[in-house]
Design a protein. Sequence first.
Length: 448
Amino acid sequence: MSQQNTAYQKCINPKCAATFGCDEVFFECPKCGDLLDVCYEWDKVELPKTLSVFGKRWATRNNRLDFSGVWRFRELLNFCPDTSKVSVGEGQTLLQQNCGLAAALGMNPSSLYLQYEGMNPSGSFKDNGMTAAFSHATMVGAVSTACASTGNTSASMALYAHSCGLKATVFIGQGKIAFGKLSQSMDYGAQTIQIEGDFDDCMRQVQDVCRRLKIYLVNSLNPFRLEGQKTIMFRIIEQLGWELPDWIVVPGGNLGNSSAFGKAFMELKQLGLIDRVPRLAVINAAGANTLTELYNDKKLRWNGGKTDDAAISAYYHGLDAAGYRPHTIASAIEISRPVNLKKCLRALDVCNGVVLSVTDEEILDAKAQVGKYGLGCEPASAATIAGLKYLLADGTIGKNERVACVLTGHVLKDPNATVDYHNQMAREFSNPTQQVPNDLDKIVAMVK
């Protein structure tokens, strides 16, 4: 398969549609300020006639790029030469058919699959995007990187920056990060700056800092980040024997994953590598439900790229006027101004998608159920199962349809949430610690 680089960057706003080379570094269109896509001249690229050809690279896993669950599919995101491609072994993830959980949800036991991205080196899906962003950073000669983070982005950025010898600076909000995640960025040597504000404040500040100091931004505004995250879908298809699921269910935070997934299916369909596109469900936390309100209540749509910017601005102005701050136990998706909103609208259009929000209690119940059936996850991941319950109940998803839920982060990312649920909340699926005197007979009686 060809390794010719035929990629470029393009503004997603059809009124602008400006293009730029991949050797240029932007996290927004320099002409209009909108989001950028990485695009490819597919007619100049030698691609396989079927996706299954990529599976042959399992036989050459001694090659570092074939070992990577991202770069194994490199022809579908070939924006830099192989010599620039960075890898720390990302993408060795599991698609688990979970019959027990499916039955508990009233589904056909063979219909539910959990894509466990917690198996990545830093413990979350972010590594899929970070390997791509740092490959681009390496290609353009970046020396310093930065991100705003609720936790997983900082852990992943710090790991990849360390592997590349680049400086890493993390901006976090006050009291807005789980220690399981913060400890990773500290361990990997990143500079951590805590701002008196939330993630949205950090996101605004990090962009201004990167503009002023010419630092390479690795948040999902970076279009190369999302190229790597496309491969989560490629691996789901691979693990299903090169067949498609009927539904993809994913948590909605900054909306990078949903945006990447929509782009992946759009491109695969365009290339004739799939004959249909799965449907997409994006699940918000009720305490950070911007997408739900804009999509369901305000009826905001992609509209061929001509999105209603005035409606978005008015909504955000309303948040500011009310002094609104998002709040949810699912800290990874505690975001009220998702930077990839427009790309997510495109994904929902491509995938005939749906959006809904679930409460923290529903998220924690779903998280406990995922754990009960053998695959723990962080709270944000469990929003998928909490949302799936609603979609099954109202018939949007049929009990026999094949559903892949993306579990975005490892269970140990936020252990406090897990222990508090079981020991303090007395919910349906709580499994509290049992107290017993230091007496053998009483201990034996308890164990029985």
